[in-house]
Write a protein that binds this ligand. Structure first.
Ligand code: IMP
Length: 191
């Protein structure tokens, strides 16, 4: 019988991207109860992923998986970092704030980071991994796919922004994809 695994995300863009990685496994994915809100008080992506996985596992009494991710821009000392989701009210606001802060700067290196943690039903952490995707912040958005900062995040290796990539390519090269690639071989062994 498949074991339930509760996804600790309320973000539909992330859910769409996470589901395919976990689909073929011996786990039955469930969404976290919508009333369960967890404050992200950690000061790293890893700390927040562990915190969310533990809280959801404890609250539901099931295994839980959580991710915490964001964009770190070198010239801004790693901002918006763990505040990526709170950098503005809407995706458009967040993009426009970032472009304003980088106006006139040629050093536009950035990286997307994704931490994933899996917690046992008692809240203890069974697995924790991290994936990174290096890129650059463009001066204007390009592409219509994806979510969040995708239209301004350019990946030189593929000569495309995240928003221009077909989903299967984003899944392969993104921070989330790389974190899942690290996680999946270990998933069969946890208990
Ligand atoms: P979280 O929900 O706390 O993990 O916040 C992540 C935030 O980082 C999201 O709301 C997005 O703004 C941004 N983000 C994370 N992953 C991606 C991605 O793959 N593309 C674009 N933006 C992302």
């Amino acid at each position: 019988m498949k074991k339930p695994l509760v996804l600790a995300t309320g973000n539909p863009g992330k859910l769409n991207e996470m589901q395919p990685y976990l689909a073929g496994l011996d786990w039955e994915l469930q969404l976290k109860p919508p009333e369960l809100e967890i404050e992200e008080t950690g000061d790293t992506f890893g700390a927040n992923a562990r915190l969310k996985a533990s809280c959801v596992a404890e609250a539901t009494g099931e295994w839980a998986v959580a991710d915490d991710s964001g964009l770190a821009v070198e010239a801004l000392g790693g901002a918006p970092g763990i505040y990526s989701a709170r950098y503005g009210k809407t995706d458009a606001d967040r993009i426009s704030r970032l472009l304003t802060e980088l106006a006139g700067r040629s050093d536009r290196d950035a990286r997307f980071i994704c931490a994933i943690a899996i917690a046992r039903p008692d809240g203890t952490i069974a697995l924790a991994v991290e994936g990174i995707c290096p890129g650059r912040i463009l001066e204007a958005p390009r592409g219509t796919g994806g979510f969040g900062y995708d239209p301004i995040f350019y990946v030189p290796e593929y000569d495309m922004t995240f928003a221009e990539m077909p989903l299967d390519i984003k899944q392969k090269c993104s921070h989330r994809g790389r974190a899942f690639q690290a996680l999946l071989p270990q998933l069969g062994e946890i208990q």
